[in-house]
Design a protein around this ligand. Structure first.
Ligand SMILES: *Cc1c(COP(=O)(O)O)cnc(C)c1O
Length: 407
């Protein structure tokens, strides 16, 4: 992997913050930067091909439709689905999870059990709570152990209560924990439940194969995997999607609309894509996938990020021996959540920013997890394919300075 060539595709990495410091971007778990080919795909669509999809007979509309469907097929192949009809474009992970909770939720009854975990992002909690309020389902939660892994014994016990749905994140956006999704999905199926996977962090860091993982639904956002914002996808098994009622109503999702004879739905995946989709974003995802697969290489990207994680963790502990790191699972993705003892996470983040380093601070949309660890928030440094060991060195030097300023 040629890191200099990769970095040259991200002009934003040459930006200066506060007028002087070169930007070191370590907030990749919130959103990753976008390489030139993806931006060019978006620009080219607006300059040369902007027309609504599916409706027009004219040339531009057909080109736009082809570009969007090429994007859909790229997503299908990228995550190992067998049919494009199983790929529904959404605004992102959040909308994809809302779609499942809302639409599959219509098939649940009062008292039905949904199992979540203590490490879920709010977008894999709140849609289920809305369903709980609407349909009287029950929610039970798999606890997180001290090292940031899930309590699999409690999980096995909860499965004995015959849940209808289990919904779990592939990788924790706070702890970095990579959950044993294949095993968890198998266990859920043995208990008769449907398995939903939040792949928002997963797709950005490893090769995903939804069929090998054995998940029934898989949700992700393009903006965390070098793609545009405002677009993501839901993978769903065909036989489940077919049973589910539409999520939203409008254009594009209908077979025929009539006031007198009832309205019918379009075939999959269009049944779940009401209204004009983000056809520009959908097409541009193909470029993001091409960047990950062919410019970076997924295996090389993962190896590089793992090495950055190991290096940064070692250096951090060496520089500030009593630093508190949250999430020490053996299988961990490339992010570090930490606190300098006695210092507020926000102050740490603001001072790091002054030194040119972008990190995230706060609860990371995972307040139940914060409660579990008895904290209000953490500082999170998260790494991507374009980060360098030199940047980690600068980050650690800055952290040492901040440490001495704050205590
Ligand atoms: C970012 C994230 C989400 C939400 O993604 P959006 O793009 O904001 O919809 C959900 N789950 C996890 C684990 C995330 O990291």
């Amino acid at each position: 992997m040629d890191i200099f060539k990769i970095r040259s595709l991200f002009p934003i990495l040459d930006e200066k913050v506060h007028g002087k410091k070169p930007l070191i971007y370590l907030d990749n778990a919130a959103t990753s930067q976008t390489p030139t080919p993806v931006v060019e795909a978006i620009e080219s669509a607006y300059f040369h091909r902007k027309a609504n999809v599916h409706r027009g007979v004219h040339c531009l509309s057909q080109m736009a439709t082809t570009a969007m469907e090429t994007g859909r097929d790229a997503v299908r192949r990228f995550i190992g689905a067998s049919s494009s009809s199983e790929i529904i474009f959404t605004r992102g992970t959040t909308e994809a999870l809302n779609l499942v909770a809302s639409s599959f939720g219509e098939l649940l009854y009062p008292g039905d059990l949904v199992i979540l975990t203590q490490m879920e992002h709010h977008s894999n909690i709140v849609p289920w709570q809305l369903l709980q309020a609407r349909r009287g389902i029950r929610i039970k939660v798999v606890p997180v152990l001290d090292d940031g892994t899930l309590d699999m014994e409690v999980y096995a016990r909860l499965l004995e209560e015959s849940p209808r749905i289990v919904s779990v994140t592939q990788i924790s956006n706070v702890l970095g924990t990579v959950n044993p999704i294949r095993r968890m999905a198998e266990m859920a199926h043995d208990a008769g439940a449907v398995f939903v996977c939040d792949g928002a962090q997963g797709v950005a860091h490893e090769q995903v194969d939804v069929e090998a993982l054995g998940v029934d639904f898989y949700a992700f956002s393009a903006h965390k995997m070098y793609g545009p914002t405002g677009i993501g996808a839901l993978y769903g098994k065909r036989e489940l999607l077919e049973k589910m009622p539409p999520y939203q109503g409008g254009g594009e999702m209908i077979g025929h609309v009539s006031f007198d004879h009832g309205t019918t739905w379009a075939d999959l995946p269009y049944k779940f894509e009401a209204g004009t989709p983000d056809f520009v974003g959908a097409a541009a995802i193909a470029s993001a996938i091409d960047f990950m697969e062919n410019t970076a290489g997924i295996e090389a990207m993962k190896a590089h990020e793992d090495a950055l994680l190991q290096y940064a963790t070692d250096k951090m502990k060496e520089a500030i021996p009593d630093i508190r790191i949250y999430g020490t699972a053996p299988d961990k993705a490339s992010l570090i959540s930490f606190l300098i003892p006695g210092a507020h996470h926000y102050d740490t983040g603001v001072l790091l920013d002054q030194l040119g380093i972008a990190v995230r601070t706060g609860h990371h949309c995972a307040q139940p997890l914060m409660e579990r660890f008895g904290i209000e928030g953490t500082v999170r440094a998260s790494f991507a394919v374009y980060n360098t060991f030199q940047e980690i060195d600068t980050f650690i030097q800055a952290l040492v300075r901040v440490n001495s300023m704050l205590r």
